[in-house]
Design a protein around this ligand. Structure first.
Ligand SMILES: NC(=O)c1ccc[n+]([C@@H]2O[C@H](COP(=O)([O-])OP(=O)(O)OC[C@H]3O[C@@H](n4cnc5c(N)ncnc54)[C@H](OP(=O)(O)O)[C@@H]3O)[C@@H](O)[C@H]2O)c1
Length: 254
């Protein structure tokens, strides 16, 4: 099987789904030539698992801030551009209707809905142009936004158990960004798709919600979720750019 992409960048890769994405990409039989793993504090204690992984895989580069990352990625890739950007970093917030405050809403929104998209666009455009490929795919140029079913306005799931207004609203906004990008970037050869990873046993997936520990309920291991996500990514094409899919490739309502 061909490599998913020649170069991949994963945000929020020091733990949870991001770390496992880097781990499975690096361990795959045909790994990407370049894996850029970004996190807030790559040299610090929170980046320890990622440092260990990068030490085992010479194709994995562990990067700090977004601006530094754009420069470093550009100089590593030279003329080739970045094929696949996985916007995985995210933060949850359990604010309810009564506890909600605008500052929290804005900071969750900045992390979840905006991310490092604009900064990497020139590198994605370069990859799309230089790929020699037709159509849309992760191996040519793609933006994958890691979203959540909780951000689906169509489903509007479990509001009483998990109101999470800032988290849900920011992910609904991220979903709109995904749809708009898919339309705007299609002619530039860049695919854009939102993926719900399932309810996963990570720090975020096992946080307390309204006093109840979610741990026993989160059904998916991070290994299982990420295996599914990577299988779905390899199958994406023109037909699924602008889609909202889960880790098994099922279509979700926006
Ligand atoms: N777990 C689930 O059940 C589930 C379900 C649906 C969707 N998701 C989505 O999946 C993605 C990954 O979630 P996870 O479960 O792996 O969460 P996690 O274990 O809590 O990890 C979150 C990652 O995002 C990073 N991050 C948080 N805020 C950031 C910021 N302001 N700037 C840069 N990085 C930041 C964290 O870095 P630090 O270590 O520095 O904080 C960490 O690397 C998220 O987008 C989440 O919304 C998860």
């Amino acid at each position: 099987m061909a490599a998913l992409a020649r170069s991949v960048l994963v945000t929020g890769s020091n733990r949870g789904i991001g770390l496992e994405l880097v781990r499975q990409l690096a361990a795959s039989p045909r790994p990407p030539q370049h894996i850029f793993a970004t996190c807030r504090d790559p040299g610090g204690p929170r980046g320890k698992a990622l440092q260990e992984l990068a030490a085992q895989h010479p194709n994995t580069v562990n990067l700090p801030s977004i601006r530094g990352a754009v420069r470093a990625v550009g100089s590593h890739l030279k003329d080739q551009g970045l094929n696949l950007l996985i916007n995985n970093a995210g933060i949850s917030s359990h604010a309810t209707l009564l506890s909600l405050d605008s500052q929290e809403m804005l900071s969750v929104f900045a992390t979840n809905a905006i991310g490092p998209l604009q900064e990497f666009l020139p590198l994605l455009e370069k990859a799309a142009k230089g790929s020699g490929q037709e159509g849309l795919s992760c191996s040519r140029a793609a933006i994958i936004n890691v979203s959540t079913k909780l951000g689906s306005i169509g489903l509007c799931l479990g509001v009483h158990q998990a109101p999470m207004y800032p988290y849900r609203a920011s992910k609904a906004a991220q979903n709109m960004v995904t749809r708009c990008l898919a339309v705007e970037l299609q002619d530039k050869g860049i695919l854009c798709t939102a993926i719900h990873p399932g309810w996963v046993k990570t720090d975020m997936g096992t946080e307390k919600v309204l006093g109840y520990l979610r741990t026993p309920s989160a059904p998916l291991t991070v290994e299982h979720s990420v295996r599914g996500i990577l299988t779905v990514l390899a199958s994406l094409s023109q037909d699924t750019s602008g889609a909202f899919l889960d880790w098994e490739g099922n279509s979700l309502p926006w």
